[in-house]
Design a protein around this ligand. Structure first.
Ligand SMILES: [Zn+2]
Length: 188
């Protein structure tokens, strides 16, 4: 059976048995927090459990590496929507040890792109139109550096509402243990 039909079959029972009732909440975060974290599979359930978040408590934005690289890209737009429209009042960037983005090798990924059948012509068209793939596919050297760079990018953003604390933390993806690497309360 395909993944999709498995999901749909499960979903039908889920709704039928009213299992959703345990999760009913509003779109506004009870804890007034916005979390930016990594899409790593180990954090899917671990992160909310280890930080004591239940459905409805927080807004969570996920991507590879918990990285924001564009001050006016879609991730930062989500940050602003959470702060201005959805009553989030604090931001926590949560990276984790063993993050794939720390070891991301742009050359290796470009090689994989070619092996999967994307032609050199497509790649050179992109390069010629200003898309620098090696830059776009670059990770960070260490998770500390990645988290702090993202924290700083948010803090420096001209549209960040004054007085919003932006913190940085690193999680152990096995135990859920957190380390505070940037305390947002000290700089507001
Ligand atoms: Zn990661």
């Amino acid at each position: 059976m395909s993944q999709v039909s498995d999901i749909l079959k499960f979903n039908e029972k889920f709704v039928e048995n009213k299992e959703y009732e345990a999760y009913l909440t509003s779109r506004f975060p009870n804890k007034k927090l916005l979390i930016i974290t990594c899409m790593d599979t180990r954090l899917v359930e671990l992160l909310p459990k280890a930080m004591n978040f239940k459905n409805g408590d927080v807004k969570i934005i996920k991507n590879a590496g918990a990285v924001i690289s564009q001050p006016f890209g879609s991730v930062m737009r989500s940050v602003m929507v959470a702060l201005y429209e959805l009553s989030a009042e604090e931001v926590i960037v949560v990276g984790h040890y063993g993050c794939g983005m720390a070891s991301l090798n742009a050359d290796h990924m470009i090689q994989s792109i070619k092996e999967r059948g994307i032609s050199d012509e497509v790649l050179s068209t992109l390069e010629n139109s200003g898309i620098k793939l090696t830059k776009w596919l670059r990770g960070f050297d260490s998770i500390q550096e990645g988290v702090i760079q993202t924290v700083e990018l948010i803090k420096r953003h001209p549209l960040l509402p004054p007085g919003v604390p932006v913190h940085g933390m690193i999680m152990d993806p096995a135990t859920g243990a957190l380390e505070l690497v940037s305390d947002g309360y000290t700089s507001i």
